[in-house]
Ligand binder design. Structure first.
Ligand code: EPU
Length: 421
């Protein structure tokens, strides 16, 4: 296992290239399973989760190679296997994105039930109900979801759940509907930019999807999809994390490729606390030169404030001049970072899905444990400005979703080293 050793206190200055979005790349890779001929994806990040998806697709008969420039070529070679097994699915929840494509193209999807994870229990009932609405038969077999259909038929599908829509359920139903017979209407669809990117990719392959980016998607089924070339959108969560790195260190960063039009809620909150965020020629410019104001943040489905930046925001607001309130409305148990940040001197008071963030003057370096991807990023942010040395253990979590984070941080002045435990 590996850890990050961070010596805090350096202002970050310079340019950070923003990578392709993990949560766009993963479902698009799965969608390539439905395509005849070759799919070429550009701007695919070099991440553990991307490699896990490659491994899963390989097991499902898809040749899938990524070069060092981030171009990935995918081609279906064998459509025999329809079983995404536990040993692969359990490593990464996004594996569930193969369910819609398998069912639509191969008429059968057996996918191990992913189970809960460090951010809470994460059911997949909306995925299953949506696919059943398109005509699939469902059974639970030895911990696997088994869906079968002789032929899917367009239908009206409602995808609202207790916490709003579901991103990957929308992806699954959308992908299946593309090859279903007739028209599908998805109501309460996720509006995330990653869903828009998936729909844009599918349309470029010949699908007929309208309404992406709104809660109502209409899909006219087509018989087949043809290979295409597609560039994955930039990662708004990585960009948001680096915005906070600039803010927390009173630094000045240009985020090459970042798209502020995907990040309006984040930009709004950062500006409210006193961070300067501007459109720059090649992306976004973010700087801060004073103590931040406290603020209220409530996570919501897009275009609301992303849950994937909740932990990082908590690190940032810990150093504000007053008390902030953060409420988590997507994953009410996504708070494992609270205790770790408190070990570094934060004063966080959790009450149900809300945390009162009492502003403190500084973080103090400590040994802390990464529990999930975004929580790890929060600990790195705190370490960047902490007094003394911070060691963030179990950094494999961060490698799942941040491409070469330590080299990007080092290039703009951070003192961070990757070490063996
Ligand atoms: N939900 C249900 N039933 C379902 C599906 C979801 O009740 O069948 C609930 C969830 O428990 C949660 C809410 O609906 O309370 C929203 O979850 P969603 O399904 O949208 O999450 P997801 O699709 O599993 C994606 C991202 C997550 C991100 C969430 C929310 C991918 C691969 N993952 O997950 O990303 O937090 O949307 O925006 O796109 C990450 O990158 O660190 C990450 C966890």
């Amino acid at each position: 296992m590996q850890l990050f050793e961070i010596t805090g206190g350096n202002r970050l200055r310079g340019t950070v290239p923003i990578s392709g979005a993990k949560n766009a790349a993963l479902p698009i890779m799965a969608a390539a399973m439905m395509v005849e001929g070759e799919t070429v994806l550009r701007n695919v990040p070099d991440l553990v989760d991307v490699r896990q998806m490659q491994e899963l697709l390989a097991a499902l008969g898809v040749r899938c190679e990524r070069d060092s420039e981030g171009t990935m070529r995918l081609r279906v070679e064998d459509e025999h296997n329809t079983h995404a097994e536990y040993k692969l699915v359990s490593k990464m929840r996004a594996s569930v994105c193969v369910m819609g494509p398998l069912l639509a193209k191969r008429r059968r999807a057996q996918v191990s039930m992913p189970g809960g994870c460090a951010i809470g229990d994460r059911p997949i009932d909306m995925h299953i109900n949506g696919l059943r609405a398109l005509g699939a038969d469902y059974e639970l077999v030895g911990g696997d979801v088994l869906l079968r259909a002789k032929g899917l038929k367009g239908a009206e599908v409602f995808l609202g759940g207790p916490f709003g829509s579901s991103v990957t359920a929308t992806a699954n139903v959308l992908m299946a509907a593309v090859l279903a017979e007739g028209r599908t209407l998805i109501e309460c669809a996720a509006c995330e930019p990653e869903i828009v990117d998936l729909a844009d990719f599918l349309n470029a392959c010949g699908a007929r999807i309208k309404g992406q980016g709104t809660p109502q998607l209409t899909i006219e089924g087509v018989k087949s999809l043809e290979g295409t070339e597609h560039r994955v959108i930039p990662d708004r969560i990585e960009a948001g994390t680096f915005m906070m790195a600039a803010a927390i260190t009173n630094g000045d960063l240009e985020l090459e490729g970042a798209r502020l039009d995907h990040m309006r809620a984040v930009v709004d909150r950062l500006r409210s606390v006193g961070v300067i965020v501007e459109q720059a020629e090649k992306g976004a410019a973010v700087s801060s030169s004073r103590r931040l104001e406290p603020v209220q943040i409530t996570t919501q489905p897009y275009p609301g404030y992303p849950t994937d930046l909740q932990a990082q925001s908590m690190a940032l607001l810990s150093l504000a001049d007053g008390n902030s309130i953060i409420t988590e409305k997507i994953f009410p148990d996504r708070f494992l970072h609270v205790a770790e940040l408190n070990r570094m001197g934060a004063r966080l008071h959790k009450q149900g899905p809300t945390v009162i963030v009492e502003g403190v003057k500084r973080f103090v370096g400590a040994d802390v444990m990464a529990s999930d991807l975004r929580a790890s990023a929060a600990l790195v942010l705190a370490g960047l400005i902490a007094k003394g040395t911070t060691r963030v253990h179990r950094v494999y979590h961060i490698d799942r979703g941040y491409e070469h984070i330590e080299s990007k941080l080092t290039a703009v002045g951070a003192k961070i080293r990757r070490l063996a435990e």
